[in-house]
Design a protein around this ligand. Sequence first.
Ligand code: ZN
Length: 137
Amino acid sequence: MKYKYEVTKRPEGKFLSGRNANECFDKKICPFCRKGLTVFKKDLVCLEEGCLAIFSPPIEKKLINFISTFENYKNEKSGRKANTVRLNLPDWKKEKLAEATHIKIRKGYTKEFFIRKITDKTYWEGIYIISWDSGEK
Ligand SMILES: [Zn+2]
């Protein structure tokens, strides 16, 4: 189920469910407490005491894919090593990197992967260092 807004701040223990949430967003009603939502910049904000939920439009993720060794993957996924170093990227990959907002790291040639938000792209003497937020997905 794809929601028209993502929960930026949720009241404790509450979660969105089903199509219902999207209907609420259309009607500017808080899906948690059913009170009216206030539009603030691009967000929808619930000003109801005890709720104070904030909803934001989903960010479009532009992914760049990399494959890691099993050993690196473990540390990269856990956040102990929240970066990857790459040499000699082909031109098409450099272009992808320039636009990428998120990185997808695959565990070798398996189907296992994780996605993280890129926080920094550093180019240094022919080496690309791509860092990401280990908490934010
Ligand atoms: Zn609310």
